[in-house]
Design a protein around this ligand. Sequence first.
Ligand code: ZN
Length: 125
Amino acid sequence: MTDQLCECGSNLPAEACCLPYLNSLRAPQTAEALMRSRYTAFVMRDETYLLNTWLDSERPSHLEFDDRRWIGLKINSTRIGTEHDDEGWVNFTARYKVNGRAYRLEEQSHFVRKDGQWYYDKAEG
Ligand SMILES: [Zn+2]
């Protein structure tokens, strides 16, 4: 387990990447880090983490996980969203399979930082 690569595709060990965020040991410092950790949370079906990192105005009351099996994340581009910003955008492609068929989801996500904590707002454009 210790040297297992992170699900988010960073090529880093999970424990040096998204796991400390999911385990509330650390908070992501950039919008991209939050994006990666939320993808990993979808892979691991960590509803608590996903809801806790959702901007309250957009947060659903609960999440239903469907039959999607997430198989890869690629960050296409980022716009601001550094540790010095209060908002940022991440454009990504996530690949998944349902019943053996492969699909891809491309999204431009908007993130907001409040009280030093990054939150997912919603998909934009
Ligand atoms: Zn990761």
